[in-house]
Design a protein around this ligand. Structure first.
Ligand SMILES: *[C@@H]1O[C@H](CO)[C@@H](O)[C@H](O)[C@H]1NC(C)=O
Ligand SMILES: *[C@@H]1O[C@H](CO)[C@@H](O)[C@H](O)[C@H]1NC(C)=O
Ligand SMILES: *[C@@H]1O[C@H](CO)[C@@H](O)[C@H](O)[C@H]1NC(C)=O
Ligand SMILES: *[C@@H]1O[C@H](CO)[C@@H](O)[C@H](O)[C@H]1NC(C)=O
Ligand SMILES: *[C@@H]1O[C@H](CO)[C@@H](O)[C@H](O)[C@H]1NC(C)=O
Ligand SMILES: *[C@@H]1O[C@H](CO)[C@@H](O)[C@H](O)[C@H]1NC(C)=O
Ligand SMILES: *[C@@H]1O[C@H](CO)[C@@H](O)[C@H](O)[C@H]1NC(C)=O
Ligand SMILES: *[C@@H]1O[C@H](CO)[C@@H](O)[C@H](O)[C@H]1NC(C)=O
Ligand SMILES: *[C@@H]1O[C@H](CO)[C@@H](O)[C@H](O)[C@H]1NC(C)=O
Length: 770
């Protein structure tokens, strides 16, 4: 049976957002931006429909057959001023409650083509870069300002490009409205939140300075530049209230803060260089030198200081710290009378190549977590981009790791249909951190799909994204993109499977095995962990970070680390098997089989799934459980409408527990064989198949076992309000626990669900369940 199936949209009036925490990004990250993006995106797609209906698209004349839905949108939009916008590629029609783009349903393949950068057809394109030294050097900077990320020729081109490209137009509006928002609020006050130091402050200051400096340059309205000055004065400790510790105002103890403040000041100095009086310029420079770069040199050269430990870390710390120092140094180079800037530049590049650039595993997976990918790649992209614009080269930062380009693919596959496959720690608030590195990498790696993917995202509207965006990108990023991908590196060993790239009300499952160490202490003990999205809801989800201030939370990832005492990090806090109420083994290397029918999405946003389309992931987690034989398999069945999760457990000497965390309300039938999960008026039936009597569903609270070793003194677990643990208690012995997830898709009749046959996990193949 093949067919397109849909669930009701998550914009249903009965949608209950109460379960959804407002993410910090939304809460603190200038809600104005969201309104502006939605407006721009809505206008954009309507404009496209009109335009494309009467034009030649990539050489083929198209007679448009608009879907009824699209046609009525066009009528409704007849008065939109955005209809005058010229050519641009497909835009989402709106943003869903999770902030993901909603694409119109359209079947005309001529509208969606292979992702490409097409200079000839593009209405808008950046001017060619003219600063191209034949022998680039980190200390040989371009003669003109700005140097960092956005050189003068791009600024000069913007006023004429913006009207030609709906994305640029939307982002310009967003940035202006965010800059205007800052005019009404006080300079960012300093505080330490402990776990993340002053990092939120630093990133918010950086975000403000970027938006304000942009607004000044694009309007000549000095009110924006003067507001940058107020913010800089304040964060330099020269405002009307104290800011941090005098002399160490940027909190070197948590060096990320120092680096992000340095980056913020670098942008403020460089982008507004021509605005500042020589006196102010000098003042900003001394702050960069005395509060940032001076400590950067110490981090590298003074073994008596403890704040330079990130120099050997293959992760976001190394990217953010080196990037901030590089940006600060590039900004003041040649103005700096101390030689500090050139000293820094000769230190950071090689270090970042050896560490930051090694953040992704060989398969592109960011080896920390999916959320830390944002911090790492933002730092990496800002550093590489600043070096390129300021000096003409990235000195190998982009290709020293030959697989760095795959990290864009990682980000796409780890993005689910509600949120990320957000295993491990989630990190601090993002503010100036976005996924816009995707657009930089799109250009640098000639991967237009990365650019096209990100330009549709809610966090794209900020200056770096705008300047990294290549407006010659066209086509559909999902065209010919495989629905499944297995990331095979032993560090994470995870798979992503879905029904569609463009319909977020379909099915998404992601599952991992991997090693329980080697993630910069941001992981959980989570071999076998999975998430499941269906019908616009997350049914099996993650608990996220513990309290970063908890005793021993970051003490390391050794087996006896206190980190592993906290529920959210323990194996029992994951969606996996727990043997004898114990944590998983830290040193195990599980093995995984993965196979996929290779189904790709076509160019259309309407995905027709063949009935034999499937994918499966089968992990031997025996080593992870210290010898108790556990084989966990997860597969899509019935044309990807149902999910089977099977655990074959042999010869277990002790009790085993199957656990899954959900925000849904859970009702279990009297036989204990079916759990009905309800979330926002959607339902998933979870069936326990072929279970011997006495094995059944039950529920538990998302809290530690009474038998767990105690938490460190005076420590508590984070509460997990609204979360229920669906549990199956499995007695010692040999058992196959087969759990079938049946999302109640709208329009799918009860007899269209299938009951798969029972096949041992290690005999699974693509056809084993036909
Ligand atoms: C950018 O946005 C601002 C505010 O919406 C607007 O006034 C300005 O005209 C825009 N710039 C261009 C070049 O369209
Ligand atoms: C801002 O001033 C510059 C230089 O005087 C000028 O080229 C530019 O057109 C002005 N921009 C706006 C939006 O007025
Ligand atoms: C802040 O004050 C210090 C100490 O007087 C000075 O060195 C620095 O240049 C000032 N920075 C700014 C941005 O005003
Ligand atoms: C995983 O990726 C790391 C980092 O690139 C690499 O050193 C290692 O060899 C890879 N391991 C496997 C098993 O591919
Ligand atoms: C990544 O780079 C490698 C080697 O340069 C290349 O073979 C591969 O196609 C690239 N992949 C992507 C997704 O750009
Ligand atoms: C689709 O992608 C595959 C690789 O993933 C490639 O071999 C094939 O040529 C592509 N097909 C089209 C039509 O672009
Ligand atoms: C519950 O919902 C929140 C907010 O969307 C989400 O962050 C969390 O991961 C969900 N928890 C589970 C167990 O699905
Ligand atoms: C569920 O299993 C438990 C043992 O784990 C058993 O005591 C109980 O009777 C079972 N309930 C049902 C309804 O079968
Ligand atoms: C993987 O496949 C091989 C060969 O088919 C099989 O021997 C092995 O048991 C499988 N492993 C798992 C975890 O299913």
């Amino acid at each position: 049976m093949a067919g397109h199936y849909q669930s009701a949209n998550s914009s249903d009036p009965d949608f209950v957002p109460g379960r959804k925490r407002v993410t910090p990004w939304v809460k603190f990250g200038v809600p104005l931006a969201i309104v502006a993006i939605i407006g721009a995106v809505l206008g954009g797609v309507l404009g496209t429909q009109i335009h494309k209906s009467s034009t030649t698209v990539h050489g083929s004349s198209t007679s448009k057959s608009l879907s009824p839905q699209a046609s009525s949108s066009v009528v409704a939009a007849a008065s939109s001023s955005l209809l005058s916008i010229k050519e641009f590629d497909r835009l989402p029609s709106s943003t869903d409650s999770y902030g993901l783009p909603v694409y119109p349903t359209a079947t005309n393949p001529a509208l969606y083509t292979t992702p490409q950068f097409v200079q000839e057809n593009a209405p808008a394109a950046w001017p060619q870069e003219t600063f191209r030294p034949s022998a680039p050097s980190v200390t040989n900077v371009r003669p003109d300002r700005p140097r960092l990320i956005a050189p003068a020729p791009k600024w000069a081109a913007l006023p004429s490009l913006i009207p030609l490209d709906a994305y640029l137009k939307g982002w310009n509006d967003t940035i202006f409205s965010n800059a205007a928002g800052v005019l009404n609020v006080s300079p960012k006050a300093f505080y330490l939140d402990g776990g993340s130091g002053a990092l939120d402050i630093a990133r918010e200051v950086k975000e403000r300075i970027k938006n304000l400096a942009y607004a000044y340059r694009m309007s000549n309205n000095s009110v924006y530049a003067e507001r940058v000055w107020v913010e800089l004065q304040n964060a330099a400790g020269n405002g009307t209230t104290a800011f941090g510790t005098s002399g160490d105002n940027w909190n070197t103890a948590h060096f990320l803060d120092t680096a992000e403040f340095t980056a913020a000041f670098a942008i403020g100095y460089d982008w507004l260089y021509d605005y500042w009086s020589p006196t102010r310029r000098t003042q900003i420079m001394w702050s960069i030198l005395n509060l940032g770069l001076k400590f950067g040199v110490q981090a590298y050269t003074d073994t008596s200081v403890s704040f330079g430990w990130w120099r050997t870390v293959n992760g976001n710390w190394n990217c953010v710290c080196n990037s901030g120092l590089a940006m600060g140094a590039l900004a003041v180079l040649n103005d700096d009378p101390t030689g500090t800037a050139s000293q820094i530049l000769n230190l950071v590049v090689d270090n970042a190549k050896g560490n930051c650039a090694q953040g992704p595993s060989s398969d592109g997976t960011w080896s920390e977590t999916a959320n830390y990918w944002y911090f790492g790649t933002t730092g990496h992209a800002e550093m590489a981009s600043s070096l390129i614009t300021a000096t003409g080269s990235a000195y190998g930062l982009l290709d020293v790791n030959p697989n760095f380009n795959l990290t864009g693919l990682y980000h796409m596959y780890v993005t689910g249909m509600t949120s990320l496959f957000n295993y491990g720690d989630h990190g601090p608030n993002k503010f100036s951190t976005t996924a816009n590195s995707m657009m930089f990498y799109g250009s640098q790696y000639n991967a237009p799909a990365y650019t096209l993917f990100q330009r549709d995202r809610i966090d794209a509207g900020e200056p770096h994204g705008l300047f990294w965006y290549d407006p010659t990108a066209s086509g559909a990023w999902w065209d010919n993109l495989s629905l499944d991908h297995y990331f095979e590196n032993s560090t994470d060993q995870w798979a992503s499977m879905r029904t569609s790239w463009t319909d977020n009300t379909g099915l998404y499952v992601a599952i991992k095995a991997g090693t329980n160490s080697g993630h910069q202490t941001h992981n959980d003990l989570d071999g076998g962990d999975f998430v499941l999205d269906a019908m616009g809801q997350r049914w099996a989800g993650e608990l996220g970070s513990g309290d970063y201030l908890s005793t021993g939370y970051f003490v390391g990832d050794a087996a006896d680390s206190q980190r592993w005492l906290y529920y959210r990090k323990r194996t029992e806090g994951q969606n996996t098997i727990v043997v004898n109420q114990q944590n998983q083994v830290l040193t195990a290397f599980p093995t995984v089989n993965f196979s996929s029918s290779g189904t790709t999405q076509g160019s259309s946003t309407v995905e027709i799934i063949p009935s034999d389309s499937t994918a499966f992931f089968a992990a031997d987690l025996t080593a992870t459980y210290g010898g108790t034989s556990v084989r966990r398999g997860l597969r899509l069945i019935n044309g990807r409408k149902q999910v089977l999760l099977q655990d074959d457990i042999s010869n277990s000497a002790t009790s085993v527990q199957w656990r899954m965390h959900t925000n849904a309300s859970v009702v279990i039938n009297t036989a204990g064989t079916t759990a009905t999960l309800t979330l926002a008026s959607k339902v998933v039936q979870v069936q326990l198949l072929n279970a011997p009597s006495g094995i059944n569903f039950t529920t538990a609270q998302p809290v530690r076992y009474p038998s767990d070793p105690p938490l460190p003194p005076n420590q508590v677990d984070q509460p997990n309000p609204g979360v229920t643990v669906l549990v199956i208690n499995v007695p010692a012995g040999t058992n196959s626990i087969q759990v079938l997830f049946n999302p109640q898709w709208s329009g799918m009749s009860a007899n269209s669900f299938v009951t798969p046959k029972s096949v041992p996990v290690d005999s699974w193949s693509l056809t084993s369940h036909n």
